[in-house]
Ligand binder design. Structure first.
Ligand code: UDX
Length: 440
């Protein structure tokens, strides 16, 4: 099938590339000419394991190309995906749909023959219906059907998630569009991924409800971690114990410094706004977003409490800056709040991340020392904080680390070390939700 993918951000680039890898003919479109030129030269705008090879292979095979010419790509396509950004609108937290609307108008003008227009961007319930109206106003004769097909891929595991999804959600009441979408996803159903056909509003809601539910799950275990610390429990054991119940499941039960990233914070906020306007506020989700913000702020205090020297003039080493491993994405990363709150108290920061340093420099406060590796980062520090659980930090030479630090104190916000290992080597250790071993 001939596919046009409008927007080469995370979702657009990964899904466009994966569709081409499944044999479809894909043209990725972006307004940003320098981005398109870089993509043509094989330079990825994002860090995503395996993506550069997959792009190269499909470009070489002639199934994948990059252009700024939206009209030509759309005219030629049977299916057009809208995968442009839907950032939080300043002031009210609603999803900003201006890019989506602009793309829809351009698509309406360029479409030839029956064209299925699919929203892959995360858009509030009702957006699909609105787009159909906008496009009809733009070109009354256009033969267009708008489908909602949300994307659930995670950064860092995006290709795997796209190719082996738990489910594919397709929202449409139009039998012609349904047939086109079924043909498009046929190669993926070989991987036994169920395709859930539903109506458009439900598909739009499913995306937000999924993200909100996962945010609730993480926040629940984070609160349990706080309780464990007070009453002498171990949150990892508790998570394992409850996760074995299939009704609960083991995933998204890792306590940590609070969730971040490009989706959960923005999407929970947008869902809250939708619900408020509908007169049915989602109080649970509202509370979760507040708790998560409070938690991120509290992590800086946790570091200060673990230290044995006063903050002014002290040095803290921060390992891991991105909101999670295997990405260079700093959006809403807990590291930003933690570092800012330490800097506000006069602490000097040494920071290291295996991939996110360039992005980190754009958002972290002035004066941060960017280290060349984990050991150099620890040099002369009064405390070492692990904020992101990169594999590279999981098996550090602890004795070497100890000689680098001025005070052997580790605050492990992802619980990647067994406390006993550190305590035995003479470290003071603070984890998350490990009551009996907090501060050795
Ligand atoms: C998320 C959704 O998982 C994905 O389906 C959607 O399409 C986009 O948003 P992503 O933001 O890439 O994906 O990352 P994810 O792996 O879900 O992690 C989000 C945040 O939650 C990270 O900050 C992570 O550290 C945190 N998290 C996740 C926890 O603190 N504990 C967990 O158990 C899981």
């Amino acid at each position: 099938m001939r596919v046009a993918m409008i927007g080469t951000g995370y979702v657009g680039l990964v899904s466009g590339t994966c569709f081409s890898d499944f044999g479809h003919d894909v043209t990725c479109v972006d307004k940003d000419i320098s981005k398109i030129e870089r993509l043509r030269a094989g330079v990825m705008p994002i860090f995503e394991p395996g993506l550069d090879d997959l792009v190269a292979r499909n470009v070489a095979d002639g199934r994948l190309r990059f252009t700024t010419d939206l009209a030509a790509a759309v005219a030629d396509a049977e299916v057009v995906f809208i995968a442009v950004g839907t950032p939080s609108r300043r002031g009210d937290g609603h999803a900003d749909l201006s890019y989506v609307h602009a793309a829809a108008r351009e698509i309406a003008r360029a479409a030839e023959g029956f064209t299925v227009v699919v929203t892959k961007s995360t858009v509030p319930v009702g957006t699909g219906a609105g787009l159909e109206q906008i496009m009809r106003e733009e070109v009354p004769t256009a033969d267009i059907s708008v489908v909602s097909n949300p994307e659930f891929l995670r950064e860092g595991a995006a290709i795997e998630d796209f190719k082996r999804p738990d489910r594919i959600v397709v929202g449409t009441a139009d039998p012609r569009a349904r047939e086109v979408m079924a043909a498009l996803y046929r190669p993926l159903s070989l991987n036994a991924a169920p395709v859930l056909f539903t109506d458009r509003a439900n598909a739009e809601l499913i995306k937000y409800a999924s993200n909100a539910f996962l945010a609730v799950k993480i926040t629940f275990i984070n609160e349990m971690a706080d309780l464990c610390e007070k009453v002498g429990g171990d949150v990892q054991e508790v998570a394992r114990g409850i996760g074995l119940d299939r009704r609960i499941g083991p995933k998204f039960l890792h306590a940590g410094p609070g969730y971040g990233g490009s989706c959960f914070p923005k999407d929970t906020l947008a869902l809250i706004r939708t619900a408020q306007e509908a007169g049915t506020p989602l109080r649970l989700v509202e509370t979760v977003t507040t708790l998560n913000e409070t938690r991120k702020a509290a992590m800086g205090r946790r570091v200060l409490e673990a230290m044995t020297v006063s903050p002014r003039g002290a040095t803290v080493a921060v390992l891991g800056l991105t909101f999670k491993p295997n990405t260079d994405d700093m959006r809403d990363s807990p590291a930003i709040n933690i570092i800012q709150s330490l800097v506000d108290r006069g602490v000097k920061i040494r920071a290291y991340d295996p991939v996110g340093m360039e992005e980190a420099r754009k958002v972290l406060p002035e004066g941060v020392h960017y280290a060349t590796g984990a050991y150099e980062c620890a040099e002369g520090a009064d405390c070492l904080v692990i904020v992101t659980e990169w594999d590279a930090f999981r098996a550090l030479d602890l004795d070497r680390l100890k000689t680098q630090l001025r005070s052997p104190i580790v605050v492990d916000l992802r619980n990647i070390y067994p406390p006993e290992d550190l305590v035995r080597r003479g470290f003071a250790y603070v984890g998350i939700g490990r009551g009996d071993l907090s501060i050795g």
